[in-house]
Ligand binder design. Structure first.
Ligand SMILES: Nc1ncnc2c1ncn2[C@@H]1O[C@H](COP(=O)(O)OP(=O)(O)OP(=O)(O)O)[C@@H](O)[C@H]1O
Ligand SMILES: [Mg+2]
Length: 251
């Protein structure tokens, strides 16, 4: 399970994100980007962040460390902005935190260059998890200390919004035509040869064990968080073997 910290101070809302993430300080003296469980996108966004972030990390990608952040709604009382107050009030309990990469720059495909190998690994990974949120308009990649970091995996695994159609949904192709890295000649075949064999049932079970029970409880059609964890493993395992042949829109 993710390490848990307790938020001690709400610093400021981050202006950029659609879900209004905030910056908080925690009892371990860390500074975290906080993604609220009570945000409009719902708790599945947080599950997706953990599943994809922890899988990417284990495949060798740079992903800011993830933690569970315990929020006391009282933190919102002094907040001048009503929207922030409401988010804090509606997010008591466990939320998602991510190490804040201070001074990171948003990735700009026109200003930075990425090798075909690295671009291929990222495009392959995004195809695996069906990430629709890494376009050139909104790359969700940060440059920090001269290296590329992956953030924001909330809009992935569309199949977890409808488990009954999950198998058919996970069999679909991935459209990479708008991907932030498509212009760098991504070597997805090379990436698949390297990474696909590493996506095993054991690895995915290890990743799923990081997701807090509270975010998996009471899913219709599932008796327990562990049963739901197993449902997340199947589409990813099936997809890892074949997805490199189903990436459309590469140039
Ligand atoms: N760990 C981090 N370190 C530094 N800055 C970050 C970090 N995480 C997010 N940010 C900044 O905050 C912005 C919003 O974060 P993120 O993309 O995760 O939120 P979001 O609400 O899901 O956004 P959207 O859906 O609009 O893409 C990022 O584009 C980036 O500028
Ligand atoms: Mg984003």
């Amino acid at each position: 399970m993710l390490k848990e910290v307790i938020a001690t101070r709400f610093i400021t809302p981050l202006r950029e994100g659609g879900s209004l993430p905030g910056l908080v300080e925690a009892d371990d003296l860390g500074t975290y980007v906080l993604k609220f469980r009570g945000a409009g996108q719902g708790r599945k966004t947080l599950v997706a962040e953990v599943v994809c972030g922890e899988l990417a990390r284990r495949l060798g990608f740079r992903v800011p460390r993830l933690v569970g952040v315990e929020v006391d709604p009282v933190l919102g009382l002094g907040e001048p902005e009503q929207q922030v107050q409401e988010l804090l009030r509606g997010s008591g309990g466990s939320n998602l935190g991510m190490d804040f990469l201070s001074g990171a720059l948003g990735f700009d495909p026109l200003a930075f260059s990425v090798s075909p190998e690295e671009a291929g690994r990222i495009v392959w990974f995004d195809a695996l998890v069906n990430n629709v949120d890494r376009s050139w308009r909104n790359p969700n990649l940060l440059m920090w200390r001269g290296e590329l970091w992956l953030i924001d995996h909330g809009a992935t695994m569309i199949w977890h919004h409808n488990w009954r159609g999950a198998e058919a949904s996970a069999a679909r192709a991935y459209d990479a035509s708008d991907h932030a890295l498509v212009s760098f000649g991504p070597d997805v075949a090379g990436a698949a040869a390297e990474l696909a064999p590493r996506v095993t049932e054991d690895l995915l079970a290890e990743v799923m064990a990081e997701v807090p029970d509270a975010w998996l409880a009471d899913e219709p059609g599932f008796d327990s968080p562990d049963e739901l964890r197993r449902a997340y493993v199947r589409p990813l395992l099936a997809r890892s073997a074949v997805i490199h042949e189903r990436i459309e829109g590469l140039r």
